[in-house]
Each structure stands twice: as C-alpha cells, then as structure tokens.
Design a protein around this ligand. Structure first.
Ligand code: PMP
Length: 363
C-alpha cells in the first residue's frame, strides 16, 4: 500500500519556494566556483594541523562552551570570549540568529529581514526557512549600497535583522563606510550584521563600528582563507546578544577536530594564513588586469573572487568554460543586470592561467 501523502500538510509553506543547496557536480580540471582558497598552506602547516586535530578522548563530546576556540577568536578580533558565538560555518551562525530574533513586530504577521541584492543567498534562504520575510534592496549601479532604498525598506519592513556583506558576495565590493553608517542610523532598533567573510582580502574592516553602534555584530569565517573543510565561523557582538543566541545554539555544534584545528590555526598559523591571503590578492590583481585585457569588464574587488561582465550572455560563457573543464559561477538565471555576469574565484597561478586561456577562446 502506498504511504499516505501526509507530508505536504506538515511542511512549512515557505519550503515550496526553496531548493536544497547543490553545488554543480562533475569533474572539472579547475574549480573556481565556490570562493574557497587555493591550496597554499605549506606542508609543515598541514602536518601541524593534522597533529592538532586529534581529540584526547574520541569518546567524549566537545567542550560545549568552546572556550579555547572562542579565546583564540577573541584575541584575533580584539574582543572578549563572551562576545563570540562560534558555529559550524557562519551559515550556522546566521541560522541561529534568525531562529532567536524572529519575534514579529507588533501588528506584523511575521518578522522580517532586510538585505541587498545581489548578495549571499543564505540570508534570504535561512530567513524564509524560519518563516521570516526577506526584503531585498538592489545595489546601486556601482554595486554599492542604495541608502535611500535601504532606509525606505527599513522604515516600511521594520526588520529584526539587516544583513550587509562587505566585501559583498558576489560583487566583491566593500560597502562605503558613510553609506553603511547611514543605514545603521536608520536601523537603530534592528540587529545589523556586517558580514566580513572576505575581510582577509580587503584593506580595512568594520569591527570598530561595534564601539559606536551597539546594534552591530560582525560575522567572520575561516572558510575563505584555506580552512573551509573545518566549517568554523563566528559572530562578534554584544555579550547580551551572544548570551541569548547561546540558548538557541545546538549543544556541541562544532566538533572537536574543528575546534582544535581552528584554535591552532588562529594561534599558530596566523603568518601563513596572511601570506596565503596576500598571494590570493596579488593573483586577483593580475587576473583582473588580464581579464580586462581580454576586453571584459571587471569590477574592483576586495575579496578572493572577481565579478566579471561578459559580452555574450553569461550562461553561454559559463557553459563554454565548463565544457573546457573550468567551472565558475554564473548568476544569469536571475536575469536583468546579472544576465551578463560571472563570479570567478581566484585560484592558483596555473589555474588562473588556464581560465584566462579558455576565456580568451570563448568569451
Ligand atoms: N558570508 C558570505 C558573504 C559568504 O559568501 C559565505 C560563503 N559563501 C558565508 C558567509 C558562509 O561561510 P561559511 O558558512 O563557510 O563560514
């Protein structure tokens, strides 16, 4: 007998508009699609990490308070350990904070978030999966914040959370400080998350905003600087906020090997991680020059990827590159001004050379 079709009546209605996150499968000689760091860590660093991960006792749960890891993060961010919430990637931190900060404003049917578009999709997906509304304000023609649009959205939607990634994904741009402050001034009764996932490739950060605006928290991750396999990300914010989020965080959310490797990397591998990031930045600048030399429009980037305008529809260039073994990220499905845009992660020098050669053949 077939099972009764019980599921649809149980699912959150918002799930009908969501899709599972499935990166492109298949074999590609060069993968420049996921904003990971190329393998730049030295053999010594990799061996030291491998030694650091092993738990003293495989049978015990991790330290639920993650003290060692939060101390290492706090030291790096000029914060106190109780101002740090760590998660299995910043994705999990985003989910945790949206679970906690979801009380509808008086008179509103659901809580909402405000963000920009294009930006990192998890703000919207994580919000929708928890029944929050998501309002997206288009970036201006230079991919910077549209202050008037954002202020209007904040006034109308009365969001619980505002998400601004800087540098932004997929555009690579740092948001102007004065525009960011104008949005902060308008959103004083919301939590404003400044997502600095790509800050290691940028000239300056916005951690100091926390001192002026108590409603600001900053997101960081190890995923972009060579340690994506660990799934370690964190929020730096007011201790009162962290204490509330801690009630929602799953116990033992970051496994022992990840906690140990991350704490070790933050404490002992800082120089290596910084020099790997500097290598990516210099390759980024070279790749940008060479792509521009091919006649493509390349937006200024402060991240580990480039936001490239194509002459042909981006979907065609994406397919042609993939057929030649080079995977990048296309946003053509969104249409409009994204129909001719590709996001290309900076790889190893030889991977970038391969991309350039194939791009010359098919752009
Ligand atoms: N924020 C931004 C802006 C990102 O681009 C990403 C990764 N694509 C993340 C957060 C999530 O990073 P992770 O969960 O790996 O820490």
């Amino acid at each position: 007998m077939p099972p009764p079709d019980f599921l649809p009546a149980l699912l959150r209605p918002e799930l009908a508009e969501l899709h599972a996150y499935t990166p492109v499968a298949g074999q590609f000689a060069v993968r420049l699609d996921a904003n990971e760091s190329p393998p730049l860590l030295s053999a010594e660093a990799r061996a030291a990490l491998a030694r650091a991960v092993a738990p003293e006792d495989w049978g015990r749960y991790p330290d639920a308070r993650m003290l060692e890891l939060r101390e290492a993060i706090a030291a790096r961010c000029g914060a106190e350990p109780d101002e740090i919430l760590a998660g299995a990637g910043s994705d999990e931190v985003i989910a945790t904070l949206l679970t906690a900060l979801s009380r509808p404003r008086p008179g509103a049917p659901a809580a909402s978030v405000v963000t920009v578009t294009p930006t990192f999709v998890m703000y919207r997906l994580s919000a929708r999966a928890r029944g929050l509304r998501a309002v997206e304000v288009p970036l201006d023609p230079s991919w910077d914040l549209d202050v008037a649009g954002l202020v209007r959205a904040v006034e109308l939607a009365r969001p619980n959370v505002v998400f601004i990634a800087s540098p932004n994904n997929p555009t690579g741009a740092l948001m102007s400080r004065d525009r960011l402050e104008a949005v902060l001034a308008a959103a004083q009764d919301a939590l404003v998350i400044v997502d600095e996932a790509y800050i290691d490739f940028a000239p300056h950060d916005q951690l100091a905003l926390r001192r002026t605006y108590p409603n600001v928290a900053v997101l960081r991750t190890l995923s972009k600087i060579g340690l994506a396999s660990l799934r370690v990300g964190w929020l730096v914010g007011a201790r009162e906020l962290v204490a509330e989020l801690d009630k929602v965080r799953q116990p033992y959310n970051v496994p022992v090997p990840s906690q140990r490797a991350a704490a070790f990397a933050l404490r002992e591998l800082d120089g290596e991680l910084r020099s790997a990031a500097a290598t990516v930045v210099s390759e980024r600048e070279r790749l940008a020059r060479e792509l521009a030399g091919l006649g493509l429009e390349v937006a200024p980037s402060h991240a580990n990827f480039l936001w490239v305008g194509t002459r042909r529809p981006a979907g065609e260039v994406f397919e042609a590159l993939a057929a030649r073994g080079v995977l990048v990220r296309s946003f053509h499905a969104a249409g409009g001004r994204l129909a001719r845009r590709l996001r290309i992660t900076v790889g190893l020098r030889e991977e970038n050379d391969r991309l350039l050669a194939e791009m010359a053949a098919c752009a």
